[in-house]
Each structure stands twice: as C-alpha cells, then as structure tokens.
Design a protein around this ligand. Structure first.
Ligand SMILES: [Zn+2]
Ligand SMILES: [Zn+2]
Length: 275
C-alpha cells in the first residue's frame, strides 16, 4: 500500500486542522513538501509533535493516566495489574482530529490507513530503532472482529508501515503471527472497565511454541489504548509463556481516561479474582 500515500486527503476540507495540514504536507506532489522532512514515506515524530497536543510529562509512563498525588505510580499500576513496562502514544490522546483519523482507519478508509502507517513507520524508525527491540508485534485479532470489513484496521496499518522500517526495526512479518487471539471479544465498548479486563484475560496466546522470545525485548503495537487490558494481556503471554525479558507498548492514540474510580474498580476486581 506504499503507493497509496498520495491518497492522504482530508475528509473535512472546510475544517482544516494542524493534523490534516501536516498529513497533506507529507502527501506526494503536487502538494507542497513538508518544510521539515520533505516527502519521505515515514513521517518523522517531530512533524507529528508539531500538530498534536503532547502527552503531559507528569502522567504515568506505563498507562499514560494521571498519577495521584504522591506515589510514583498511578493507581492502576500500583495495583500490580500492569505488565507493560512503558507505553508510548504516537498521536497523544484520541481527541478532535486524532479521533477522526483513528475512526476513519477503523472504517478502512485507505487514506487514513496510509496516514497512520506513515506515522507508525516514522516513530518506529526514530524512537523504536534507538531502543533496539528484538521483536515488534501488533496485537492479534480474531477473524470474528472483521465483521464484514475488508481488513483489520491495526493489521492494515502495521503491514503498511512494515516495509518502510524493515530491517532497521525487527517487525514481525505475521507469516505466521507470533500471537493469536483465542476467542472473539464481546463488544468491548459496551463493557465496564473491570468487565473489559476480565473478558480479555487468557484471550491472547503464543500462536506456536518458539524460542524466539526468550530474553527478548518486545514492543507491542496497538491502535487505541482504552483500558489497556488488551496490550497487557499480550504482555502477559509474551512474558509468561514466551519468556520475554520485557514488553513495552506503542499505541497510535490513548483514549482520554475516565475518572480515577475506573482504575480503582479494575484493581479491586483483579485483587478479588486472585484470592
Ligand atoms: Zn515532515
Ligand atoms: Zn500507570
């Protein structure tokens, strides 16, 4: 889909935002070139940072939620639920233009898939390459999640970005994928935070026995981080079943959090279930 980058167009030409302007500036000619990085397929993180509000520096680096006053970790992390070492949100929080872009990708609109693939590739080549991850894997999907769509949005974005970053970044070629989803999720949007965590538990597994992950530093890619349960379940499978040394996560956008009671509900549920 690399040839489709010129298809990056704003669906809201009457309401141009900085993000749309930036994406247009990175489209192929005749658009005027980006003054910062030119026409490359991968959109460098500096160009993205110039047009999306940054993630505040004082949020928890694992779940990107505000920390309560005092302790080093947020309430979700302090509950011992999180297995992800560090999370990066490439486009910050899912609001405004970022939300429209992500929703367009969910509808498999080619311009949005290409735009997000280029943002992901730029970040992988810059930030992830510096961290030298041994393996980069996307969150797997169950075929039931296709629900009549032509493709799975995250997988389409990932496969769009992969040729631009390989071999500098060791992104899994998904042939076959390292992770698999054992069963379809219920419609997670309808679930409470705590129910979301419960529904995902045990849902992700290694697709086949492998030594590839032993001692590996793994980066998991997802499109939107909501409760964090899905990437966290990937981390659990990679660490406990695969023997990975560490798992970080990179998501395109973080769902803005609900009040802190959601976090506390998760922790209470998880603690109760462990007893
Ligand atoms: Zn640029
Ligand atoms: Zn946290």
């Amino acid at each position: 889909m690399n040839g489709a980058v010129s298809g990056v167009r704003s669906p809201a030409a009457n309401a141009p935002s900085l993000l749309w302007q930036m994406l247009r500036a990175h489209a192929a000619p005749p658009a005027p070139p980006c003054p910062r990085c030119g026409y490359g397929y991968a959109i460098v993180p500096e160009c993205v940072a110039a047009c999306v509000p940054p993630v505040p520096s004082d949020v928890c680096t694992r779940c990107l939620q505000p920390r309560p006053a005092g302790p080093r970790r947020c309430s979700a992390c302090a509950g011992g639920v999180w297995r992800v070492g560090r999370t990066y949100a490439l486009l910050g929080y899912k609001r405004d233009a970022v939300q429209r872009l992500v929703l367009a990708a969910k509808r498999i609109e080619p311009w949005a898939i290409a735009a997000l693939g280029r943002v992901l590739a730029g970040w992988l080549l810059a930030a992830a390459r510096r961290s030298s991850y041994d393996v980069v894997v996307p969150v797997p999907f169950h075929r039931a999640a296709l629900r009549g769509r032509a493709a799975h949005p995250l997988t389409a974005i990932y496969l769009d970005a992969r040729p631009a970053v390989w071999p500098e970044v060791r992104a899994d070629d998904l042939a076959p994928a390292l992770l698999r989803q054992r069963h379809a999720h219920p419609a997670r949007r309808a679930l409470s935070e705590a129910a979301r965590w419960r529904s995902v538990r045990g849902a992700i597994a290694l697709a086949f026995p492998t030594r590839l992950l032993r001692g590996a530093r793994v980066l998991v890619i997802d499109d939107v981080l909501t409760s964090g349960a899905t990437v966290n379940e990937c981390a659990r499978a990679l660490l406990d079943d695969g023997g990975a040394a560490s798992v970080d996560a990179a998501v395109l956008a973080r769902q803005p959090w609900r009040p802190a009671r959601a976090c506390r509900a998760v922790n209470l549920t998880m603690r109760k279930d462990r007893v």
